[in-house]
Design a protein around this ligand. Sequence first.
Ligand code: NA7
Length: 538
Amino acid sequence: MANATQDFDAVVIGAGFSGMYMLKSLRDKLGLKVRVYEAGDTVGGTWYWNRYPGARCDSDSYIYCFTFDKQLLQEWEWSERYPEQPEILRYLEHVAERHDLKRDMQFSTRVTSAGFDDERGLWTVHTDGGEAVTARYLITAVGTLSDTNIPGFKGLNDFKGKWYHTSRFPHEGVDFTAKRVAVVGTGATAVQAIPEIAQQAKHLTVFQRTANYCVPARNGKVDPELVKARKADYDGIVERIRESLFGQEHYLIPQSVLEVTPEEREREFDRMWDAGGFAFWLANYQDMLFSQEANDLCADYIRRKIRSTVKDPVAAEKLIPKGHAYGTKRQPLDTNYYETFNKDNVLLVDAATDGGIEAITEKGIRAGGVEHEFDIIVFATGFDAMTGAIKALNLKGRGGRTLDQEWSDGPHTYLGISVVGFPNLFTITGPQSPSVLTNMPVAIEQHVEWVTDCIDHMRKTGKTTIEPIPQAQEEWVAHVNEVIGATLFTSANSWYMSANIEGKPRAFLPYLDPEGIGGYRKRCGEIAVNGYEGFTLA
Ligand code: NA7
């Protein structure tokens, strides 16, 4: 327990899925004194902040939830195949209440810095409220896509209309009725928001820097018989997603696409396309992300779909991705995205063919020498993914070394959960862990449970610090890069590759375990069983 010399056993930063379960686990399993700090005014994290029109999860709802609460798996009823933002927030509020989490959470409080005191072996955590508290363990649960990227466009302050970033949308919503609206960006967020905004706005102009390969979500009510069958099989489902590649019930076809006949290939592609969701991405032929030739066949199928959906051939050509392989950027799921460009009130401005954004002006956006006038600009320009939110915490490890310096050329971690020189720091779904390449709650639960077991072990064996050894960290970083080097991922300018933000050092941010989240779970488990191999416990 915390004692006179420290305020808490553990400080957890963030009250989204990760922070909630981390608190639950450390407090209710191990009996620790825990404080959670959260910048928002309630729980939810990603689902608290992202309130743009059309915001919903791209994983199926029956697996986008906590699995530790078996009774809740039976009780909770999701309204559709993919949960919408307000519904996920309601779910998380319900979990917070059910497990009495809020009593150990302090809201509307941002952690501004934290430093490790070598002598006392404690972290001191500072908040924007002027507090300074000490704790033995510091756990970042700040989300992977939470540090908003607002590109430094010239003239943004001159714009006389209203502008918003999708991840910081006003809680009361935005009325687009009779408005001339711009959306900047065509990532997964924009692909959800654009069809919704186009329905309301008088006119919508979409500014595209890179065209994406979108596949249909096929959202809707789930057949009650299927819901019943899933509830009856939840133990099996949980086991399968925990041992799976991507934390989903999707399995790659154990065959090369190059080995099958064109007819069979087309039949399989049609089947995945019709299934909707991540099937096309995560249940495709196994060489799709490794062989350019195989990838071209998948990409070509989607290109044909775009051409057959978008009526204006010029717009269709702009929407056809060029220059990156299919699946190497996060797969956006669409509901009427391509169809939206058939509407009379929607215009697509493509950087490659029409000229990129030059400046924001008083009246709108100038691109390719043309000024487009707007009442509202929506930036769907994404995030400083995976490292941004952790760096923003201003963490100082042993000897006052800053994480910012340590990661100046990209992240360096051991297992994506710990960093040399930062004892007792755990980064839930941190960079170089499977995280965003899985259905997030599965990766979150794995990390939270591993950290809980680790702290339990430390307490039982009388250890007060744990940190990785430099060699283990170097080998991990090399391994992360070696695995991804064999795929097509490295060729794309994606946020996975840190390439969405000017000046961010190019590095692959998550970890693609060859055996998926199941393989990573096993690896982490073995490391623990072998006495926390690669770590120093003191
Ligand atoms: P993304 O996927 O990073 O998409 C951001 C979009 O904004 C993307 O189309 C970017 O083009 C575009 N962008 C970013 N910066 C600029 C500038 N400076 N000029 C023009 N266009 C720009 O973020 P999302 O919010 O859509 O999705 C993030 C994740 O949330 C998603 O992957 C899911 O996991 C949930 P680019 O492609 O970089 O050329």
